[in-house]
Design a binder for this molecule. Structure first.
Ligand code: NAD
Length: 261
């Protein structure tokens, strides 16, 4: 208990899934929480749940990929709680899933913009509030693009997630001078609302792999992970217990990617 006492945490995408579970986990350990979300109904629900259980949380509505919106909301969070100790740059979408040949370019850019530029803007605009005292930033990458490449039509999503992992390492080295740690979590399939954000091309079946790929194979328990299991990892990385951990990806996938690449 109280592993995050006296800490302030910003969680993007905290209205649902991994972000919501992480916000609740951090709050249960004593952190004050700022949810930054595009979806107001979901953001409000998370904040109410935390506050009704004795925690302290507020939400700020923003599209993380719009620089003005994310910089304003991070400032508002800092104004409210007077500091920023940890940032979970987590919000993301699956976006369009399509063969590359038919992938609408604007959709490809949209996924990269939402996921990758969104993380960049979140990290960029957090630095001024963290550089004096240090802290921790965790970004949500994925098994996709890092260990897993056999998801048909996922070229934009996987590229955004691989780039996020690379960005985390660049940021870890650059921000070490401020004692800001930066790590990437890479979840495998996890039960959330992420498929609501997916748009599937009707040309998808044109992608043929000449081999069988195991489906729904998670050796540890043969079911998807739960957001709370990712939140447990996030809590560790966000806390001072991870004081010497920076610049690394951590996979949380029940060994899924050891049997399918
Ligand atoms: P989710 O859809 O349940 O939650 C994502 C939340 O982020 C939503 O509430 C959505 O409104 C918000 N969001 C998305 N884009 C936003 C933007 N531009 N600005 C503000 N808010 C935005 O999905 P989730 O699975 O919890 O996803 C969280 C992260 O985990 C994502 O980055 C996703 O890519 C990553 N991830 C998920 C899985 C999985 O299987 N669920 C696996 C690996 C990685």
């Amino acid at each position: 208990m109280n592993r995050m006492e006296n800490k302030v945490a910003i969680v993007t995408g905290g209205g649902s899934g991994i972000g919501k579970a992480s916000a609740i986990r951090l709050a249960n350990e004593g952190a004050k929480i700022s949810i930054i979300e595009a979806n107001e109904v979901r953001a409000k629900e998370t904040v109410e749940e935390i506050n009704q259980n004795g925690g302290q949380a507020a939400y700020f509505i923003a599209d993380i990929s719009q620089e003005e919106q994310i910089s304003t909301s991070i400032k508002q969070s800092n104004d409210k709680w007077r500091k920023t100790d940890t940032v979970f740059a987590n919000a993301g979408i699956l976006g369009t899933i399509s063969p590359i040949e038919y992938f609408p370019s604007k959709d490809w850019v949209k996924t990269i913009h939402n996921n990758l530029i969104g993380v960049f803007e979140t990290v960029k605009h957090s630095i001024p509030y963290m550089k004096e005292k240090g802290g921790s930033i965790t970004v949500t990458s994925s098994v996709s693009g890092n260990r897993q490449f056999a998801q048909q039509g996922f070229s934009a999503y996987s590229t955004s997630k691989a780039a996020i992992a690379a960005f985390a390492k660049m940021a870890a080295l650059e921000l070490a001078q401020y004692k800001i740690r930066v790590n990437a979590i890479c979840p495998g399939i996890t039960e959330t609302n992420i498929f609501d954000s997916m748009k599937q091309s009707d040309k998808l079946e044109e992608i043929h792999f000449p081999i069988d790929i195991p489906q729904n194979a998670v050796p540890l328990k043969m079911e998807p992970g739960h957001p709370e299991e990712v939140a447990n990892l996030l809590l560790f990385l966000a806390s001072d217990e991870a004081s010497h951990v920076t610049g690394t990806e951590v996979f949380v996938d029940g060994a899924e990617t050891l049997v399918k690449g």
